[in-house]
Design a protein around this ligand. Structure first.
Ligand code: AP5
Length: 210
């Protein structure tokens, strides 16, 4: 079983949704740099204050800032993790290579119209980071998290304009990682436009193959 995993893909592809499933199923920590940054922003830490405008505008936060947060969180989990949203640049990937050896990188591939629709329909729980969708994966009670009863929110960067910018940024800055990991022979492509269960099935096949 592969345990040191990266979920790579454009915004809205379903990385967080599937990372949550894989993390519970295999008891692997789910490390999402977007959630870490939103947490710093909500707590108004120095780092959060510095990162807020970048995240709201859909721009990448500086490599050295994200690398430092990641290194701290990864310290206790060197043997297994699901990394969601990191790395996003070649510099971040090289930094990661210097601190850990990866087993598999899953590239979540989906067309732009699917991504934008998913992003604008998403609602998140600010307390536990659970992810919902107002069209297909609704909470039991409208607008309230199933797990802890917290009122669900729209992310500050989840509007059509910022979503398109984030997708463009993905293709400019992050997509080169697809070739980077393909050349290392650890890349697998996932058809992320499929329904939830089918995407999960594809992922499990990759993770459980030798
Ligand atoms: P981050 O939080 O990482 O956002 P992202 O990469 O843009 O990805 P998303 O969270 O939008 O999408 P996802 O693929 O996780 O989709 P999800 O599962 O939620 O980053 C936010 C910001 O932080 C960045 O813009 C940047 O500013 C900063 N940042 C973060 N990491 C950084 C880094 N390493 N370096 C620099 N800056 C960094 O699903 C989306 C919706 O679709 C949900 O509603 C879900 O219910 C639904 N859905 C999921 N799967 C399906 C399916 N199969 N069928 C139908 N609906 C589905």
């Amino acid at each position: 079983m592969k345990t040191r995993l990266i979920f790579l893909g454009p915004p809205g592809a379903g990385k967080g949704t599937q990372a949550s499933i894989v993390s519970s199923r295999f008891s692997l920590p789910w490390l999402a740099t977007g959630d870490m940054l939103r947490d710093e922003i909500a707590r108004k830490t120095t780092l959060g204050i510095a990162a807020k405008n970048y995240v709201d505008d859909g721009k990448l936060v500086a490599d050295e800032v994200v690398n430092a947060i990641l290194k701290e969180r990864l310290r206790e989990h060197r043997n297994g993790f699901v990394l969601d949203g990191y790395p996003r640049t070649i510099e971040q990937a090289e930094y990661l290579d210097s601190i850990v050896t990866l087993d598999k990188v899953l590239f979540f591939d989906a067309p732009e119209d699917v991504l934008v629709e998913r992003i604008i329909n998403r609602r998140i729980c600010p307390a536990c980071n659970a992810v919902y969708n107002i069209s297909e994966y609704k909470p039991k009670v409208d607008g309230v998290c199933d797990r802890d009863g917290t009122r669900l929110e729209l992310r500050s960067d989840d509007n059509a304009q910022v979503a398109s910018f984030r997708i463009k940024t993905f293709w400019e800055k992050t997509a080169p990682l697809v070739s980077y990991y393909f050349e290392k022979d650890i890349l697998a492509k996932i058809t992320a436009s499929l329904p939830f269960d089918e995407v999960t099935r594809e992922i499990l096949q990759v993770l459980e193959s030798d």
